[in-house]
Ligand binder design. Structure first.
Ligand SMILES: Cc1cc2nc3c(=O)[nH]c(=O)nc-3n(C[C@H](O)[C@H](O)[C@H](O)COP(=O)(O)O)c2cc1C
Ligand code: SF4
Length: 428
């Protein structure tokens, strides 16, 4: 099985340095890419059908094509930003790529920046990812020394300066326009779109924000071609995917597998199935802000369209498993507490609605719920969950686990209200 993203990652998770990376064929994609025009590089990424791995699955080549290029672009800086914030609950795929193979990301970023004509690139990294940040900084210095970054890269005439910027540590900093505000030194509030960052982003200049996993794919696609990348996927979606599983399974972890691998294969073959004594009740397929799916969905392909049609989202592709010994109300309440705390406070439905939802869930979990609370939660799901009622996707995302829990685990909510206690706690 071809696993381009993790080919340099070993079980002991020791990082690969510049020398080791080059010995294993690294920076060959850069050599190929710098020999092509930016337009040819863009065409390769478009033809590869790579979709952004940050959660929304937006086509990467299409996004890049919105950046004004050539005569369309007024003189001045253009920016590339790698989104390495990774604060989505249950998501730890980017960390592996950042810590173990920093040069794969750096090489992909140089090629992405070359394609869109950016002269400055930032890696905006989660504040807790100290090890990854250090390895990236060392990698950048090594590249500068070898002429792979800085002025006139490899004699090509193209120059790029790259910097690592640690986040101040809020989930909203991962939203691309809030990230840009934060990088500018402002409060991390999301911005209205349009204008989109591709046209007016960092300091009002054309800016591309891409996820770590997205950018880690770029050098491979440039070097090995779009058809190779398309052929990696098992379904319509191209490439491989970093899948992860957390919760009460035998072998929680993170694996690179062909895009479209069945959920059952990820859960049973790679995560080893449920831990002894526990049954599967459901799972969030792509991090904490996706809708629950259940055992009935296990044979679905883990790709963007299939999971979307099943009523959820592929999101980050990292499953969070709900087992039969865990209270689904408490599970959802825990997530709602997180999202309420992480609201940037800019718009009322999110700032006030999420703590209200968390309080109603807290009441139900603690045996003080009333039958009408379920109607309140349904109304909040409908209003706060509607795209367009809030300024960014944090609030609708926060509603996804709740709305699907009310659909699949409604009897559990009712049991709490009818019995005046949490049945799981009562059993302990
Ligand atoms: C609240 C919130 C948090 C987000 N956090 C991240 C994150 O940590 N990493 C990430 O890549 N994308 C995150 N996103 C998505 C980004 O806004 C953006 O779509 C993504 O970085 C684009 O990269 P891609 O096209 O490569 O997927 C978040 C979105 C929202 C609404
Ligand atoms: S939805 Fe929440 S996080 Fe997003 S802008 Fe509104 S208050 Fe801020």
């Amino acid at each position: 099985m071809d696993r381009p993203l993790t080919r340099n990652i070993h079980a002991d998770r020791r990082p690969i340095d510049l020398r080791g990376y080059r010995d294993n064929g690294g920076y060959e994609g850069l050599r190929v890419g710098l020999g092509l025009s930016p337009a040819d590089c863009l065409q390769r990424i478009k033809d590869s059908n790579l979709r952004g791995r940050g959660g929304a699955g937006f086509p990467t080549g299409l996004k890049w094509s919105f950046v004004p290029m050539g005569e369309d672009c007024s003189p001045g800086h253009k920016y590339l930003i790698c989104n390495a914030d990774e604060m989505e609950p249950g998501t730890f795929k980017d960390r592996l790529l950042l810590e173990c193979d920093p040069h794969q990301l750096i090489e992909g970023m140089i090629l992405a920046a070359y394609t869109i004509g950016a002269d400055v690139a930032y890696i905006f990294i989660r504040s807790e990812y100290h090890i990854a940040a250090q390895r990236l900084r060392e990698g950048i210095v090594d590249c500068e020394r070898e002429g792979l970054l800085g002025d006139n890269i490899q004699g090509s005439g193209y120059s790029l300066h790259m910097h690592v910027h640690a986040s101040a540590g809020r989930y909203i900093c991962g939203e691309e326009t809030a990230l840009i505000s934060s990088l500018e030194g402002k409060r991390a509030n999301p911005r209205a779109k349009p204008p989109f960052p591709q046209v007016s982003g960092l300091w009002g200049r054309p800016t591309i924000v891409n996820n770590v996993e997205t950018l880690s794919n770029i050098a491979h696609i440039i070097e090995r071609g779009p058809q190779w990348f398309n052929d990696l996927g098992l379904t319509e979606d191209a490439g491989t995917k970093m899948y992860g599983v957390s919760g009460r399974v035998k072998n929680p972890g993170c694996w690179e597998l062909p895009m479209g691998t069945p959920i059952r294969t990820v859960l049973e073959e790679y995560a080893g199935g449920m831990a002894d004594g526990y049954e599967l009740r459901g799972f969030l397929p792509g991090g904490g802000s996706t809708d629950f799916l259940t055992a009935d969905h296990l044979d679905l392909a883990m790709d963007y369209d299939t999971i979307g049609k099943a009523g959820s989202r592929l999101g980050t592709g990292t499953l969070i498993v709900l087992d039969d010994a865990t209270c689904p109300v408490g599970f959802v309440k825990n997530l709602m507490d997180f999202f309420a705390q992480e609201s940037c406070g800019f718009c009322t439905p999110c700032r006030d609605g999420l703590p209200w939802s968390a309080q109603v869930l807290d009441d139900i979990e603690n045996g003080q719920g009333k039958p009408e609370d379920l109607d309140t939660l349904e109304r909040q799901v409908e209003f706060i969950g509607a795209i367009g009622n809030t300024h960014c996707a944090l609030a609708p995302g926060a509603m996804e686990p709740l709305q699907s829990a009310l659909k699949y685990f409604r009897a559990d909510f009712e049991a709490h209200i009818n019995q005046g206690c949490c049945p799981w706690k009562a059993r302990q």
